[in-house]
Design a binder for this molecule. Structure first.
Ligand code: SF4
Length: 272
């Protein structure tokens, strides 16, 4: 279990596995004790406008997750963080909102990994997501992961279902988000909202309810990978677009499996 919590609450969770967040990197560094480093998954910087020098001077190679709030406005500020990957892995978390694909392209060119924060994308954003998927799957210069695409693709390739809840760090069996008020919930997008179920059993009960309604999830080919992720907060959200995205990733994974299988066939080299 990893707790994502504000820097002000480190003392209350000392000894646990942590993701520590703040707008100000120096606030996190000041509050960390040397023993905390072993249990620190990464630092989360809430915005692109904060001071970067403290991170450049800090030696421990702990990863940093940089949260983009507004893709179009924050885009030029990513250049400020370009020296960081020399010292530690950097991931940019960007909301799937207008202009997000520009952030993805720039982040990858700066050698940052990417996490797409997705909720219920409208058709124009589905198009942008499909373009990013094509870039991730087929652009040979991409050397960093673009989540959630990366883990879904490998889940399909290995035929091992992995749910979006887990990939997106929203599965309470693996991650808990501690709000600024100290409440524990699934993730930032659930902070302050009313949950119909207990946090610990939310995914199980929410997805079971979706199946019992016998609506779109009940006969969805991707339920094992999704478990109703795209039905929150609005259950009436139509999933045609996200299913096309799942299909794209699955088809690419199957194509890779077939390519590797044919390459492994005895006598293949003789025939080529
Ligand atoms: S893609 Fe949509 S329909 Fe399919 S399981 Fe996810 S939320 Fe349900």
């Amino acid at each position: 279990m990893v707790y994502n919590l504000p820097a002000t609450m480190i003392e209350s969770y000392r000894g646990m596995d942590l993701i520590v967040r703040s707008h100000d990197p120096s606030e996190i560094l000041q509050r960390l004790a040397p023993d905390d480093l072993e249990r620190l998954a990464y630092l989360q910087i809430l915005g692109t406008g904060g001071a970067i020098d403290p991170l450049l001077r800090w030696e421990p190679p702990i990863p940093v997750d940089l949260l983009v709030r507004n893709p179009e406005a924050d885009l030029p500020r990513l250049y400020r963080y370009s020296p960081l990957p020399a010292k530690r892995p950097v991931r940019v978390s960007v909301p799937v909102a207008a202009g997000f694909s520009k952030v993805v392209k720039l982040a990858l060119s700066l050698n940052f990994a990417v996490k797409l924060e997705v909720s219920q994308p409208e058709p124009a954003l589905i198009e942008e997501l499909l373009q990013v998927a094509t870039l991730y799957l087929h652009q040979s210069t991409v050397s960093q992961a673009v989540e959630f695409l990366h883990s879904l693709f490998w889940g399909f390739y290995n035929r091992t279902p992995v749910t979006l809840w887990a990939i997106q760090e929203e599965d309470p069996a693996l991650f808990l988000y501690v709000t600024d008020q100290g409440a524990e919930t699934l993730s930032r997008r659930f902070a302050g909202g009313e949950l119909k179920y207990e946090v610990a059993s939310f995914i199980k009960e929410f997805s079971a309810a979706l199946l019992s309604e016998k609506q779109e999830c009940a006969d969805c080919a991707f339920f094992e990978n999704c478990a109703g992720y795209f039905k929150w907060p609005r259950r009436e959200y139509r999933c045609d677009g996200v299913k096309a995205l799942f299909q794209t990733l699955q088809a690419a994974a199957e194509e890779l499996r077939a390519d590797l299988a044919s390459y492994d066939q005895p006598g293949k080299e003789d025939r080529s």
